[in-house]
Design a protein around this ligand. Structure first.
Ligand SMILES: [Zn+2]
Length: 241
């Protein structure tokens, strides 16, 4: 059995959601999908298996989203959103905050939230208030795994809406959350350049066997496999006639 960690990512909302900035230049559903893709790549690079609650053009119900996490046996559930203040127009509140279902602070869900908040602060990301609040949202209460809902910022704040639209800020948000998730799961963060020659712990045994069997040449454990390389691997396994 692999001890590979599983994270369920929930890109909030979906195709019909109207939530966005008052000037219409920012859409929450577009942000949550984009951040999901960025986060997914970063977590997978760290050897974490990622399960998504929806496809790009889907808007499943909240219970269904929790169900995806439960079926996958996720170690952590992370719902992705941005926040709104007031009823219409621009408002002052800004900053990232995280919801969990309830206390105590020692509960795994709150420890996960604190780990993510610590990495966000270290990355210079503005935090709203203490950064942590409790709310009985369905995706937080129906998930078996520790669950957090991240509001990455207020799209009703003029400056923050601009930030949330920027690629560079999205990368910063995704990197901070990925590192916080790894801290919570006990996965040691590896910078992609430094890990060149060493496979991830969950893959180490299979990697060694594949090299010993002459199926792979033992170099570049993190490199993607091309179609021609796959053909050679299948041939070496004797699966092609
Ligand atoms: Zn939302």
């Amino acid at each position: 059995m692999s001890d590979r960690k599983i994270v369920c990512l929930d890109p909030g909302h979906g195709p019909d959601t109207v939530n966005g900035s008052p000037d219409g230049s920012y859409k929450e559903r577009e942000f949550t999908w984009d951040l999901y893709l960025r986060l997914r790549v970063l977590l997978e690079e760290q050897g974490i298996a990622v399960v998504g609650t929806r496809g790009e053009d889907e808007k499943p119900g909240l219970t269904d989203r929790a169900e995806v996490s439960n079926k996958a046996g996720a170690d952590l559930f992370v719902s992705l959103h941005t926040n709104a203040a007031g009823n219409d127009g621009w408002y002052d509140p800004k900053g990232l905050m995280i919801y969990t279902s309830s206390g105590p602070i020692t509960a795994p869900r709150n420890q996960a939230a604190l780990d993510i908040l610590a990495q966000a602060r270290a990355a210079g990301i503005e935090i709203w208030g203490s950064g942590l609040a409790y709310e009985g949202y369905t995706v937080l209460t129906k998930t078996a795994a520790p669950a957090v809902l991240i509001e990455f910022g207020f799209h009703t704040n003029r400056e923050e809406a601009e930030l949330l639209k920027s690629e560079a800020y999205r990368d910063r948000l995704a990197l901070a959350v990925a590192k916080g998730v790894c801290d919570f799961l006990g996965v040691t963060w590896q910078d992609t350049e430094e890990r060149e020659d060493t496979p991830a712990p969950w893959a180490a045994e299979a990697w060694e066997k594949a090299v010993r069997a002459g199926v792979l040449d033992g170099t570049r454990p993190w490199a993607p496999l091309t179609r021609q390389e796959l053909a050679v691997v299948l041939d070496r396994l004797g699966l092609l006639s």
